[in-house]
Design a protein around this ligand. Sequence first.
Ligand code: ATP
Length: 325
Amino acid sequence: IKTIGVLTSGGDAPGMNAAIRAVVRRGLSSGLNVKGIYKGYNGLLNEEIVDMTARDVSDTIERGGTILYTARCAEFRTPEGQQRGAEICKKHGIDGLVVIGGDGSFAGAQKLANLGINTIGVPGTIDLDIACTEYTIGFDTAVNTAMEAIDKVRDTSTSHERCSIIEVMGRNAGYLAMWCGIANGAEDVLIPEKYDYDEQKLINNIIASRKAGKKHHIIVNAEGIGHSEAMARRIEAATGIETRATILGHMQRGGNPTCKDRVYASMMGALAVDLLVAGKSCRVVGYRHGEFMDFDINEALAMQKDVSPYMWEVCNSLSHNYNKK
Ligand code: ATP
């Protein structure tokens, strides 16, 4: 293997730059040429491909977003698009490719691997929704950003004796919501994986906690459940307690990565290069039980992920809930 490429695909996540930097510098120090591919598979198909030097990734480890930009690409879902992608890699001498993204991006990488391009996936998503790994690049930064924002909403919620519904990201996964639920001491946490949502129970809990003298009521709602604004209107109508919804949105995807995201992303980027150097392909990097490791992409994509029942149970038992689920 002589030349490798690196791209970021799907949603951006803080720490992606640390992974790109690690791929570039580990690649160069392993004697490889490294090419950066802009805008995910879109940029590959448009041949937005540049040579990367060690200097090109200077001053990037501390920055959020991705210096290579990211995109979604419908054409790459087709066999023709994948074939063209493989041919473009070959034309540019790219015999190994590191794809930083989520499950969708790995599915694309798997197709390229079948077409003779050695590919390695690196999990980059704030949602933590990749089954083979306990860590994904960006989750730590995003959960800290959401936690700090919820602390701020809580202050004003207490002053006004309000009920606050705060919607955090996570797509169909509830990890951000559950972690914030624990970290922010929320009164109620709603996540799609444990969807036993009973609005009357929620309303009874709000009324009971207000009677017990609580000044605020924080409900962390996962994006996968959504409808926070309508929920707030219904709760206010049923309880008579002023209720506001705050949807944190894309702010959770930005910002300087935490130390953990910088270090873990660097380790994963370096491991991806080491796997290519060792002649591996169709692998995805993961982190489990304190170790960085790799899995077959096909097996990784077939794995199912669920929130830890124990963590969920603890999350609920620590909230001062008057009518425990
Ligand atoms: P995130 O979780 O942040 O959204 P993701 O990688 O899962 O990340 P997707 O939009 O699902 O995001 O996938 C990113 C890109 O990967 C798609 O736009 C498409 O180009 C490619 N891709 C997704 N699924 C496939 C597939 N089954 N075959 C080939 N390419 C795919």
